[in-house]
Design a protein around this ligand. Structure first.
Ligand code: NAD
Ligand code: NA
Length: 396
Protein backbone atom coordinates (compact mmCIF):
# COMPACT_ATOMS: atom_id res chain seq x y z
CA UNK A 1 0.00 0.00 0.00
CA UNK A 2 0.98 3.65 -0.28
CA UNK A 3 1.44 4.94 3.25
CA UNK A 4 0.98 8.57 4.28
CA UNK A 5 0.98 10.07 7.77
CA UNK A 6 -2.39 10.19 9.53
CA UNK A 7 -1.94 12.45 12.52
CA UNK A 8 -4.32 12.59 15.48
CA UNK A 9 -3.21 14.88 18.26
CA UNK A 10 0.10 13.68 19.68
CA UNK A 11 0.33 10.55 17.64
CA UNK A 12 0.49 9.41 14.09
CA UNK A 13 -1.73 6.43 13.34
CA UNK A 14 0.39 5.15 10.48
CA UNK A 15 4.06 4.29 10.14
CA UNK A 16 6.26 3.72 7.11
CA UNK A 17 8.30 0.49 7.12
CA UNK A 18 10.99 1.73 4.73
CA UNK A 19 11.32 5.09 6.49
CA UNK A 20 11.66 3.32 9.85
CA UNK A 21 14.25 0.98 8.35
CA UNK A 22 16.22 3.92 6.97
CA UNK A 23 16.18 5.61 10.40
CA UNK A 24 17.61 2.44 11.94
CA UNK A 25 20.25 2.12 9.20
CA UNK A 26 21.26 5.75 9.75
CA UNK A 27 21.66 5.09 13.48
CA UNK A 28 23.69 1.94 12.82
CA UNK A 29 25.96 3.85 10.44
CA UNK A 30 26.43 6.61 12.98
CA UNK A 31 27.49 4.16 15.69
CA UNK A 32 29.87 2.35 13.32
CA UNK A 33 31.42 5.67 12.24
CA UNK A 34 32.32 6.37 15.87
CA UNK A 35 34.33 3.18 16.31
CA UNK A 36 34.31 0.31 18.79
CA UNK A 37 33.10 0.70 22.36
CA UNK A 38 34.41 -1.66 25.05
CA UNK A 39 30.86 -2.39 26.22
CA UNK A 40 29.19 -5.55 27.55
CA UNK A 41 28.38 -8.45 25.24
CA UNK A 42 25.02 -9.69 26.54
CA UNK A 43 22.46 -6.92 26.78
CA UNK A 44 18.79 -6.79 27.69
CA UNK A 45 16.93 -3.63 26.65
CA UNK A 46 13.49 -3.08 28.18
CA UNK A 47 11.71 -0.52 25.98
CA UNK A 48 13.91 -1.40 23.00
CA UNK A 49 11.82 -0.41 20.00
CA UNK A 50 11.88 3.41 19.86
CA UNK A 51 13.61 6.45 21.36
CA UNK A 52 16.51 6.03 23.77
CA UNK A 53 15.94 2.29 24.19
CA UNK A 54 16.26 1.58 20.46
CA UNK A 55 19.41 3.70 20.30
CA UNK A 56 20.81 1.76 23.27
CA UNK A 57 20.17 -1.53 21.54
CA UNK A 58 21.80 -0.26 18.34
CA UNK A 59 24.81 1.11 20.23
CA UNK A 60 25.33 -2.19 22.09
CA UNK A 61 25.03 -4.29 18.95
CA UNK A 62 26.95 -2.17 16.48
CA UNK A 63 29.36 -0.48 18.91
CA UNK A 64 30.25 -3.55 21.01
CA UNK A 65 29.05 -6.53 18.91
CA UNK A 66 26.67 -7.41 21.72
CA UNK A 67 24.00 -10.05 21.65
CA UNK A 68 20.76 -8.21 22.44
CA UNK A 69 17.32 -9.15 23.67
CA UNK A 70 14.71 -6.42 23.25
CA UNK A 71 11.41 -6.15 25.11
CA UNK A 72 8.78 -3.73 23.82
CA UNK A 73 5.04 -3.27 23.34
CA UNK A 74 4.17 -2.60 19.72
CA UNK A 75 1.22 -3.11 17.43
CA UNK A 76 1.83 -5.70 14.69
CA UNK A 77 0.77 -4.93 11.11
CA UNK A 78 -2.18 -6.49 9.31
CA UNK A 79 -3.05 -6.37 5.62
CA UNK A 80 -4.09 -2.77 4.93
CA UNK A 81 -3.03 -1.63 8.42
CA UNK A 82 0.43 -0.48 9.31
CA UNK A 83 2.26 -1.57 12.43
CA UNK A 84 3.37 0.94 15.06
CA UNK A 85 6.83 2.37 14.30
CA UNK A 86 8.63 0.35 16.97
CA UNK A 87 7.56 -2.81 15.18
CA UNK A 88 9.18 -1.69 11.93
CA UNK A 89 12.23 -0.35 13.78
CA UNK A 90 12.75 -3.70 15.46
CA UNK A 91 12.24 -5.63 12.23
CA UNK A 92 14.92 -3.48 10.59
CA UNK A 93 17.28 -3.70 13.55
CA UNK A 94 17.06 -7.48 13.83
CA UNK A 95 17.48 -7.94 10.07
CA UNK A 96 20.66 -5.84 10.12
CA UNK A 97 21.96 -7.47 13.31
CA UNK A 98 21.46 -10.95 11.86
CA UNK A 99 23.18 -9.90 8.62
CA UNK A 100 26.11 -8.78 10.76
CA UNK A 101 26.18 -12.16 12.50
CA UNK A 102 24.86 -10.79 15.79
CA UNK A 103 22.36 -12.51 18.06
CA UNK A 104 19.15 -10.45 18.32
CA UNK A 105 15.81 -11.67 19.59
CA UNK A 106 12.82 -9.89 21.04
CA UNK A 107 9.63 -10.20 23.01
CA UNK A 108 6.55 -8.11 22.28
CA UNK A 109 4.28 -7.64 25.29
CA UNK A 110 3.65 -5.83 28.55
CA UNK A 111 7.01 -5.49 30.32
CA UNK A 112 5.19 -4.63 33.57
CA UNK A 113 3.66 -8.12 33.69
CA UNK A 114 5.07 -11.19 35.42
CA UNK A 115 4.39 -13.21 32.29
CA UNK A 116 6.67 -11.14 30.03
CA UNK A 117 9.38 -11.16 32.70
CA UNK A 118 9.14 -14.95 32.81
CA UNK A 119 9.30 -15.25 29.01
CA UNK A 120 12.38 -13.03 29.00
CA UNK A 121 14.02 -15.08 31.73
CA UNK A 122 13.37 -18.31 29.83
CA UNK A 123 14.89 -16.80 26.69
CA UNK A 124 18.01 -15.60 28.51
CA UNK A 125 18.44 -19.02 30.14
CA UNK A 126 18.07 -20.82 26.84
CA UNK A 127 20.20 -18.54 24.68
CA UNK A 128 22.58 -16.27 26.58
CA UNK A 129 23.07 -17.83 30.00
CA UNK A 130 23.45 -14.51 31.79
CA UNK A 131 23.14 -10.78 31.17
CA UNK A 132 25.86 -8.13 31.59
CA UNK A 133 23.84 -4.97 30.96
CA UNK A 134 20.16 -4.14 31.46
CA UNK A 135 18.87 -0.90 29.94
CA UNK A 136 15.53 0.18 31.37
CA UNK A 137 13.86 2.62 28.94
CA UNK A 138 10.11 2.28 29.29
CA UNK A 139 7.80 5.22 28.70
CA UNK A 140 4.16 4.36 29.18
CA UNK A 141 0.97 6.18 30.11
CA UNK A 142 -0.29 3.24 32.18
CA UNK A 143 0.71 0.17 34.14
CA UNK A 144 -1.30 -2.81 35.25
CA UNK A 145 0.28 -3.67 38.58
CA UNK A 146 1.41 -7.32 38.48
CA UNK A 147 0.68 -8.01 42.16
CA UNK A 148 -2.59 -6.12 42.67
CA UNK A 149 -4.08 -5.97 39.17
CA UNK A 150 -4.74 -2.27 39.72
CA UNK A 151 -4.48 -0.13 36.57
CA UNK A 152 -2.39 2.96 37.25
CA UNK A 153 -2.64 5.88 34.82
CA UNK A 154 0.04 8.56 34.82
CA UNK A 155 -0.76 12.26 34.53
CA UNK A 156 1.39 15.24 33.57
CA UNK A 157 0.42 17.85 36.11
CA UNK A 158 2.02 20.32 38.49
CA UNK A 159 1.93 19.70 42.22
CA UNK A 160 0.59 22.16 44.79
CA UNK A 161 -0.41 24.97 42.46
CA UNK A 162 -1.92 25.78 39.09
CA UNK A 163 0.72 26.09 36.41
CA UNK A 164 0.19 28.68 33.69
CA UNK A 165 2.60 29.23 30.86
CA UNK A 166 3.00 29.21 27.11
CA UNK A 167 2.68 26.12 25.00
CA UNK A 168 2.67 25.38 21.31
CA UNK A 169 0.57 23.09 19.18
CA UNK A 170 3.45 21.94 17.02
CA UNK A 171 1.17 20.90 14.15
CA UNK A 172 -0.39 24.34 13.74
CA UNK A 173 2.39 26.47 15.25
CA UNK A 174 -0.14 28.25 17.45
CA UNK A 175 1.36 29.50 20.70
CA UNK A 176 -1.14 29.88 23.51
CA UNK A 177 -1.40 30.15 27.26
CA UNK A 178 -2.38 27.03 29.13
CA UNK A 179 -3.25 26.49 32.75
CA UNK A 180 -2.90 23.06 34.26
CA UNK A 181 -4.64 22.23 37.52
CA UNK A 182 -2.47 20.59 40.16
CA UNK A 183 -2.57 16.84 40.68
CA UNK A 184 -4.17 15.28 43.73
CA UNK A 185 -2.40 12.71 45.92
CA UNK A 186 -3.88 9.77 44.07
CA UNK A 187 -2.69 11.09 40.70
CA UNK A 188 0.80 11.59 42.10
CA UNK A 189 0.87 8.03 43.43
CA UNK A 190 -0.42 6.63 40.15
CA UNK A 191 2.22 8.47 38.13
CA UNK A 192 4.94 7.17 40.44
CA UNK A 193 3.51 3.67 40.08
CA UNK A 194 3.79 3.91 36.28
CA UNK A 195 7.01 5.84 35.71
CA UNK A 196 8.86 5.36 39.02
CA UNK A 197 11.36 2.63 39.81
CA UNK A 198 9.20 -0.19 41.17
CA UNK A 199 9.04 -2.14 37.92
CA UNK A 200 12.78 -1.63 37.29
CA UNK A 201 13.43 -3.17 40.73
CA UNK A 202 11.01 -6.03 39.95
CA UNK A 203 12.99 -6.80 36.78
CA UNK A 204 16.30 -6.85 38.62
CA UNK A 205 14.83 -8.97 41.43
CA UNK A 206 13.48 -11.48 38.93
CA UNK A 207 16.76 -11.68 37.01
CA UNK A 208 18.77 -12.03 40.22
CA UNK A 209 16.41 -14.68 41.58
CA UNK A 210 16.93 -16.70 38.40
CA UNK A 211 20.72 -16.22 38.69
CA UNK A 212 20.86 -14.47 35.34
CA UNK A 213 22.94 -11.48 36.39
CA UNK A 214 26.55 -11.96 35.31
CA UNK A 215 29.39 -10.88 37.61
CA UNK A 216 29.72 -7.11 37.31
CA UNK A 217 26.26 -6.73 35.77
CA UNK A 218 25.22 -3.11 35.28
CA UNK A 219 21.79 -1.60 34.86
CA UNK A 220 20.89 1.87 33.61
CA UNK A 221 17.54 3.70 33.55
CA UNK A 222 16.86 7.07 31.89
CA UNK A 223 15.73 10.26 33.52
CA UNK A 224 15.22 13.92 32.68
CA UNK A 225 15.68 17.18 34.56
CA UNK A 226 15.34 20.10 32.16
CA UNK A 227 15.31 23.83 32.80
CA UNK A 228 13.50 26.01 35.35
CA UNK A 229 11.08 26.95 32.53
CA UNK A 230 9.50 23.50 32.57
CA UNK A 231 10.22 22.67 36.21
CA UNK A 232 6.71 23.21 37.60
CA UNK A 233 5.13 20.82 35.12
CA UNK A 234 8.04 18.42 34.68
CA UNK A 235 10.65 17.97 37.38
CA UNK A 236 8.56 19.36 40.23
CA UNK A 237 5.35 17.90 38.82
CA UNK A 238 3.94 14.38 38.87
CA UNK A 239 6.44 12.98 36.36
CA UNK A 240 9.27 14.52 38.39
CA UNK A 241 8.04 12.63 41.46
CA UNK A 242 8.24 9.46 39.42
CA UNK A 243 11.78 10.36 38.31
CA UNK A 244 12.74 11.05 41.96
CA UNK A 245 11.50 7.56 42.76
CA UNK A 246 13.40 6.07 39.80
CA UNK A 247 16.60 7.81 40.92
CA UNK A 248 16.15 6.62 44.52
CA UNK A 249 15.58 3.09 43.21
CA UNK A 250 18.99 3.20 41.49
CA UNK A 251 20.67 3.39 44.90
CA UNK A 252 18.68 0.39 46.18
CA UNK A 253 19.51 -1.67 43.12
CA UNK A 254 23.17 -0.60 43.30
CA UNK A 255 23.31 -1.93 46.88
CA UNK A 256 21.75 -5.17 45.76
CA UNK A 257 24.24 -5.58 42.90
CA UNK A 258 27.30 -4.86 45.05
CA UNK A 259 27.68 -8.53 46.00
CA UNK A 260 28.20 -9.46 42.34
CA UNK A 261 30.42 -6.44 41.69
CA UNK A 262 27.70 -4.75 39.68
CA UNK A 263 26.13 -1.31 39.69
CA UNK A 264 22.97 0.62 38.87
CA UNK A 265 22.80 4.10 37.37
CA UNK A 266 20.35 6.66 36.23
CA UNK A 267 21.46 8.65 33.21
CA UNK A 268 19.91 12.08 32.78
CA UNK A 269 19.38 12.50 29.05
CA UNK A 270 18.65 15.49 26.83
CA UNK A 271 15.14 16.63 25.96
CA UNK A 272 14.24 15.22 22.55
CA UNK A 273 11.29 14.66 20.28
CA UNK A 274 9.95 11.18 21.01
CA UNK A 275 6.45 9.77 21.19
CA UNK A 276 6.63 10.17 24.96
CA UNK A 277 7.80 13.79 25.07
CA UNK A 278 5.48 15.22 22.41
CA UNK A 279 2.52 14.47 24.69
CA UNK A 280 3.84 16.63 27.54
CA UNK A 281 2.50 20.22 27.63
CA UNK A 282 5.07 23.04 27.42
CA UNK A 283 7.85 20.62 26.43
CA UNK A 284 7.39 20.94 22.64
CA UNK A 285 7.77 24.73 22.84
CA UNK A 286 10.88 24.36 24.97
CA UNK A 287 12.33 21.70 22.66
CA UNK A 288 11.71 23.77 19.53
CA UNK A 289 13.62 26.71 21.08
CA UNK A 290 16.32 24.42 22.44
CA UNK A 291 16.84 22.78 19.04
CA UNK A 292 17.28 26.20 17.44
CA UNK A 293 19.92 27.27 19.96
CA UNK A 294 21.76 23.94 20.10
CA UNK A 295 21.86 23.66 16.30
CA UNK A 296 23.19 27.22 16.03
CA UNK A 297 25.87 26.36 18.60
CA UNK A 298 26.70 23.13 16.77
CA UNK A 299 25.92 20.93 19.79
CA UNK A 300 22.55 19.44 18.82
CA UNK A 301 22.18 15.70 19.40
CA UNK A 302 19.49 13.09 18.75
CA UNK A 303 18.91 9.81 20.62
CA UNK A 304 21.74 7.96 18.91
CA UNK A 305 24.33 10.71 19.49
CA UNK A 306 23.25 10.85 23.14
CA UNK A 307 23.50 7.12 23.75
CA UNK A 308 26.71 6.67 21.76
CA UNK A 309 28.24 9.37 23.97
CA UNK A 310 26.74 7.84 27.13
CA UNK A 311 28.38 4.50 26.34
CA UNK A 312 31.71 5.73 25.02
CA UNK A 313 32.32 8.70 27.34
CA UNK A 314 30.53 7.77 30.55
CA UNK A 315 29.72 4.09 31.03
CA UNK A 316 32.45 2.08 29.28
CA UNK A 317 35.58 4.20 29.39
CA UNK A 318 37.63 1.81 31.50
CA UNK A 319 37.64 4.24 34.43
CA UNK A 320 35.09 5.17 37.08
CA UNK A 321 31.73 6.41 35.87
CA UNK A 322 31.46 10.16 36.49
CA UNK A 323 28.29 11.16 38.32
CA UNK A 324 26.83 14.38 39.75
CA UNK A 325 26.30 15.16 43.45
CA UNK A 326 23.12 13.06 43.38
CA UNK A 327 24.86 10.05 41.86
CA UNK A 328 23.42 10.54 38.37
CA UNK A 329 25.20 10.30 35.04
CA UNK A 330 24.74 13.57 33.15
CA UNK A 331 24.55 13.38 29.39
CA UNK A 332 22.28 16.42 29.34
CA UNK A 333 25.40 18.52 29.93
CA UNK A 334 25.16 20.35 26.60
CA UNK A 335 21.44 21.10 26.99
CA UNK A 336 22.03 22.47 30.48
CA UNK A 337 25.02 24.66 29.55
CA UNK A 338 24.39 28.12 31.00
CA UNK A 339 24.86 29.95 27.69
CA UNK A 340 22.39 27.60 25.99
CA UNK A 341 19.80 27.99 28.75
CA UNK A 342 20.21 31.78 28.81
CA UNK A 343 19.49 31.97 25.10
CA UNK A 344 16.45 29.67 25.39
CA UNK A 345 15.04 31.74 28.27
CA UNK A 346 15.38 34.94 26.26
CA UNK A 347 13.65 33.37 23.24
CA UNK A 348 10.89 31.98 25.47
CA UNK A 349 9.78 35.49 26.40
CA UNK A 350 9.67 36.53 22.74
CA UNK A 351 7.93 33.43 21.42
CA UNK A 352 4.47 33.98 19.89
CA UNK A 353 2.57 32.33 17.07
CA UNK A 354 4.00 35.02 14.77
CA UNK A 355 7.61 34.89 15.95
CA UNK A 356 8.09 31.19 16.70
CA UNK A 357 8.76 30.04 13.11
CA UNK A 358 11.72 32.46 13.14
CA UNK A 359 12.83 32.14 16.78
CA UNK A 360 12.34 28.43 17.23
CA UNK A 361 13.04 25.34 15.23
CA UNK A 362 9.40 24.38 14.75
CA UNK A 363 10.25 22.93 11.34
CA UNK A 364 12.91 20.73 12.96
CA UNK A 365 10.43 19.65 15.62
CA UNK A 366 7.82 18.66 13.04
CA UNK A 367 10.37 16.87 10.92
CA UNK A 368 11.63 14.87 13.91
CA UNK A 369 8.04 14.04 14.89
CA UNK A 370 7.28 12.70 11.41
CA UNK A 371 10.61 10.87 11.40
CA UNK A 372 9.53 8.92 14.51
CA UNK A 373 6.95 7.26 12.27
CA UNK A 374 9.25 6.80 9.28
CA UNK A 375 8.00 9.84 7.34
CA UNK A 376 9.99 12.70 5.84
CA UNK A 377 13.10 10.51 5.80
CA UNK A 378 15.65 11.35 3.11
CA UNK A 379 15.96 8.78 0.35
CA UNK A 380 12.50 7.24 0.74
CA UNK A 381 9.98 7.33 -2.11
CA UNK A 382 6.65 7.85 -0.38
CA UNK A 383 4.68 7.43 -3.61
CA UNK A 384 5.89 3.86 -3.92
CA UNK A 385 3.76 0.88 -3.02
CA UNK A 386 5.31 -0.86 0.00
CA UNK A 387 4.44 -4.01 1.90
CA UNK A 388 3.00 -3.01 5.27
CA UNK A 389 3.15 -6.58 6.59
CA UNK A 390 6.71 -6.96 7.81
CA UNK A 391 7.92 -9.70 10.12
CA UNK A 392 10.36 -9.27 12.97
CA UNK A 393 13.02 -11.89 12.33
CA UNK A 394 13.97 -12.53 15.98
CA UNK A 395 10.53 -12.23 17.55
CA UNK A 396 10.03 -15.04 20.04
P1 NAD B 1 9.64 6.12 23.70
O1 NAD B 1 8.16 6.31 23.74
O2 NAD B 1 10.33 6.42 22.43
O3 NAD B 1 9.99 4.57 24.06
C1 NAD B 1 9.26 3.84 24.97
C2 NAD B 1 9.56 2.36 24.85
O4 NAD B 1 8.84 1.67 25.87
C3 NAD B 1 9.14 1.70 23.52
O5 NAD B 1 10.09 0.73 23.16
C4 NAD B 1 7.81 1.03 23.88
O6 NAD B 1 7.47 -0.10 23.06
C5 NAD B 1 8.12 0.59 25.29
N1 NAD B 1 6.94 0.34 26.11
C6 NAD B 1 5.98 1.22 26.53
N2 NAD B 1 5.09 0.59 27.33
C7 NAD B 1 5.51 -0.70 27.42
C8 NAD B 1 5.02 -1.84 28.11
N3 NAD B 1 3.93 -1.80 28.89
N4 NAD B 1 5.70 -3.02 27.96
C9 NAD B 1 6.80 -3.10 27.17
N5 NAD B 1 7.31 -2.04 26.52
C10 NAD B 1 6.67 -0.87 26.65
O7 NAD B 1 10.21 6.92 24.92
P2 NAD B 1 11.62 7.62 25.24
O8 NAD B 1 11.45 9.08 25.09
O9 NAD B 1 12.76 6.93 24.56
O10 NAD B 1 11.68 7.36 26.81
C11 NAD B 1 12.47 6.35 27.40
C12 NAD B 1 12.97 6.84 28.74
O11 NAD B 1 13.81 7.98 28.54
C13 NAD B 1 11.84 7.31 29.68
O12 NAD B 1 12.17 6.95 30.99
C14 NAD B 1 11.89 8.82 29.53
O13 NAD B 1 11.38 9.52 30.64
C15 NAD B 1 13.39 9.02 29.39
N6 NAD B 1 13.78 10.34 28.85
C16 NAD B 1 13.15 10.86 27.75
C17 NAD B 1 13.53 12.13 27.30
C18 NAD B 1 12.88 12.77 26.10
O14 NAD B 1 13.00 13.99 25.94
N7 NAD B 1 12.20 12.02 25.28
C19 NAD B 1 14.59 12.82 27.93
C20 NAD B 1 15.25 12.22 28.99
C21 NAD B 1 14.82 10.97 29.45
NA1 NA C 1 12.94 3.87 24.62
Amino acid sequence: MIIAPRIRGFICLTAHPEGCEQNVVNQINYVKSKGDIAGPKRVLVIGASTGFGLSSRITSAFGSEASTIGVYFEKPPAPGKTASPGWYNTAAFEKKAHEAGLYAKSINGDAFSDEIKKQTIDLIKADLGQIDLIIYSLASPKRVHPKTGVVHNSVLKPIGQVFSNKTVDFHTGIVSEISIQPANEEEIENTVAVMGGEDWAFWIDALKEADLLAPGATTVAYSYIGPSLTEAVYRKGTIGRAKDHLEATAFKIADQLKEIGGNAYVSVNKGLVTQASSAIPIIPLYISLLYKVMKAEGVHEGCIEQIQRLYSQRLFTGSDVAVDDKGRIRIDDLEMRQDIQDQVSALWIEATTETLPELGDLAGYKKDFLKLFGFDVAGIDYDKDVNEVVEIPGLV
